[in-house]
Design a protein. Structure first.
Length: 374
């Protein structure tokens, strides 16, 4: 295959309700959509779901636009490749910038699977016909509102609830949720808000039979998480600390976690996400699919990777209607009684609707020049 044209679009969608974490609050999201057009006319779509600010990771929407526009696209245009391994080899000299790399790689996975007439989940090795879905709830300071939202999602059949926590909004909130829902599969996500000085606070969460506590310590730490895991009964799950299969191997060998969150964007694409899955499956480490509030294109890719056999815990691939009143794809990705069906159609399994994308586009760039020299 050969990419003859790459189209970048900065697209904005308003959220149904603002989302609060320990570090930021969002009322809308800006993501980059990538359309890669092949020499034979085949095309594929990808999504770069980077945050707009550098609070979750060092990347932002603007850094991703720069890397895609000025480096990744020129390095891939007019170059032949027959596998995703060959494709990523074209930009192997680009360090980091996982979100940017993920968006371009996703577009090429979509084009490749369409070209072969196979669903993306099949191309990846997926085995599940449906994905069990959980919900992720931001920090909601009004407890009655939080309880109403949890009650709503439990009634809708979602298989687990994840609560964002931070210093001063942790033990007592979790206690009250657990008292209200004694048997609810429940986990918490700290987004790196704590340090080892908070061990006693985090140890108090052991009382609530949580599935896991996600990324309690620094985003770039593995060593201190190992010390923390030894002090807790609750499994530690790593998210921001894991950028590759090599990171996952080191974390497992150090005892830094008992669960790993696989996010396609954070890992630089579906190829590395599959490698992390395979390692964890071999080592007996449960994994689940995290999300970045993706629009329909990125959400479909998450659904495909979550169909692999090692994804034994409900993930964040929930229905898009939780976040957006109208998504950019058809059919919309929706959960029924907490499960999302995996579609057996070529490509991502969701068709981008160009008219909707046009309406939501803030900026566009078309790249169709040849590869860079040197």
């Amino acid at each position: 295959m050969r990419i003859d044209r790459i189209e970048l679009r900065l697209v904005r969608l308003p959220l149904v309700r603002p989302f609060q974490t320990s570090s930021s609050r969002k009322a809308h999201l800006d993501h980059i959509l990538i359309r890669a057009v092949m020499a034979d006319g085949q095309q594929g779509w990808g999504e770069c779901a980077s945050p707009s600010d550098p609070f979750y990771c060092p990347e932002t929407v603007e850094t991703c636009w720069h890397i895609l526009h000025d480096f990744l696209a020129p390095m891939c245009l007019w170059r032949d490749w027959s596998s995703i391994e060959e494709l990523v080899g074209l930009y192997r000299n680009v360090k980091g910038n996982a979100f940017a790399r993920s968006g371009l790689e996703m577009a090429c996975w979509d084009a490749l699977s369409r070209d072969q007439g196979r669903p993306l989940h099949e191309l990846l090795g997926g085995t599940r016909a449906e994905i069990l879905s959980g919900v992720s709830l931001g920090i909601e300071r009004d407890l009655p509102t939080l309880f109403d939202r949890i009650d709503q999602f439990v009634a809708e059949g979602y298989r687990r609830v994840k609560l964002k926590i931070g210093p001063g909004w942790d033990v007592e909130v979790v206690r009250k949720v657990r008292e209200r829902h004694p048997s609810l599969p429940l986990q918490v996500d700290a987004n790196s808000a704590y340090t080892l000085d908070d061990v006693e606070t985090l140890r108090r969460l052991d009382d609530f039979d949580l599935l896991l506590i996600e990324q309690p310590l620094a985003h770039d730490d593995i060593v201190d998480h190992a010390r923390l895991q030894r002090a807790l009964k609750t499994p530690v799950c790593l998210d921001e600390s894991i950028h590759s299969a090599a990171d996952a191997r080191k974390a497992i060998e150090l005892g830094a976690c008992k669960v790993i969150n696989i996010k396609v964007s954070r890992l630089g694409g579906l190829l590395e996400a599959r490698r992390v899955h395979d390692l964890c499956l071999e080592r007996g480490i449960p994994v689940w699919c995290g999300g970045m509030h993706e629009f329909g294109i990125g959400r479909a890719a998450n659904l495909a990777i979550a169909s692999l056999p090692g994804f034994t815990l409900p993930g964040d691939v929930s229905g898009s209607d939780k976040y957006y009143r109208r998504d950019l794809v058809e059919p919309p990705i929706l959960a029924t009684r907490g499960a999302i069906a995996v579609r057996n159609v070529p490509g991502l399994g969701a068709e981008p609707i160009l008219e909707r994308i046009d309406e939501a586009t803030l900026r566009t760039a078309i790249l169709d020049a040849g590869p860079t020299k040197g």
